[in-house]
Structure formats: C-alpha cells, structure tokens
Write a protein that binds this ligand. Structure first.
Ligand SMILES: [Zn+2]
Length: 209
C-alpha cells in the first residue's frame, strides 16, 4: 500500500521511491510510489496535479493496491522527486473547506449534509431535512459562512489509524479524507450562487473568490 503522506502533511515536494511504472490506456503511464503527497480523486474533489521528476502527473486515483499516478511520460524505478502543483491544490482545498462551512451552517436550519461535490465551476453541497427545517436566503447564508471565515479558525486534525476527522477551531468536525486550508482566511470569500430545493433535498451551489 502507498503511504498517504497528504493525510497529515501539507508539503508539496518530497523525495520518494518509484516502485512501479507501466504503460496504461490513452498513452499514459501508471506510476506507483512507496509514499505520496498527491491527493487522489475522491471525497468529492478532483485529484492533485504536478510532476514525478520531469513527468507530468495528469490524474491520481485510488486503487485497491494503493494510489495510482498517471503520467504523460515514463518514470524510472528508484528515487524520485515529487512536486504537487500548489495553485491547483490551494483551489481544491479552498473549495472543499468552504463546503465544510456551508455544511454546518445549514445544520442550524435543520439540514444535514449528505453529499459534497467540490469541483471547480460546479461546487455544491446537498442536504436532507433532519426534522423541522427552514431555508435561509442566499445573502443570509453567504453572510453566515463569510462570518465564520473572518474568525479565521485554524484547522484541527484528529488522526486515529485510518480514521481522520477534520474541523476548524471549535466548529464541528467531519470524517474526511480531503485537502483543507490550514486557516479559514485562506478560503477568501465564499459566494453562494444558488439554493435549490427539490423532493426534500436542498442543493447549495457555491464558489470561492
Ligand atoms: Zn473535508
């Protein structure tokens, strides 16, 4: 299994060992490492991008045997420098962390988050009513979420084996394997684009600026 350094380490560069490299579909190569800083696609967010030595990493996926990195060119077996693209990582972390804030802000209105999709350009959190619920208007929710950002809580990470809980300051924690900002102010500003209620589910569409 690949050791998942990104679980507890925000680093973007590390020396690792390439254990396998084989030609895959679409002209790409599938590369396995002993340990990785690359966050794979999953948990509602796209994968990191970057480089393994000179080879461009276009996609990173969770597989049964560990984390698979798909590169445009082949990589030699042995020691290698991995570099995660910091601007892509930061955008995904900001969108994902904003999803947490929207999640527990809506809990106050009687909604429980059931699904998060934090992809750029299409980010949304989906809720189900838990008992009596009411729906805030767009501006009200935006004001609550950006108010939380202003407090600038630091991320709190609780690791227990494979279990990982992520929260900010004294705000509620979620079981989560994604990437997050270290402090809430790094999110910038959250814009609530649309709130849609349909068949007992509430979808909140948002972006960060
Ligand atoms: Zn998370």
């Amino acid at each position: 299994m690949t050791e998942r350094l990104y679980f507890s380490n925000d680093g973007l560069q590390e020396t690792v060992t390439v254990t396998q490299c084989q030609a895959d579909q679409d002209g790409l190569y599938k590369v396995t490492l002993d340990r990785t800083l690359f966050h794979p696609q999953g948990g509602g967010q796209p994968s990191d991008k970057g480089r393994i030595n000179g080879a461009e990493v276009v996609r990173v996926m969770n597989e049964v045997n560990g984390v698979a990195h798909f590169t445009k060119t082949a990589v030699d077996i042995g020691p290698a420098m991995i570099t995660v693209d910091g601007s892509i990582r930061a955008l995904h972390a900001r969108l994902h962390s904003a999803g947490h804030l929207i999640g527990f802000s809506l809990e106050e209105f009687g909604w429980r988050a059931i699904k998060g999709h934090h992809w750029p350009g299409e980010a949304r959190v989906v809720f189900e009513a838990s008992g009596t619920s009411n729906t805030p208007d767009l501006q009200e929710l935006e004001c609550i979420v950006n108010g939380l950002i202003k407090v600038d809580h630091a991320r709190v990470l609780q690791l227990d084996g494979d279990e990982r809980k992520v929260g900010f300051g004294n705000l509620p924690t979620y079981h989560c394997g994604g990437t997050h900002v270290a402090r809430l102010k790094e999110i910038g500003k959250v814009v609530i684009e649309k709130i849609k209620e349909k068949k007992g589910q509430l979808s909140v569409f948002y972006t960060v600026i």
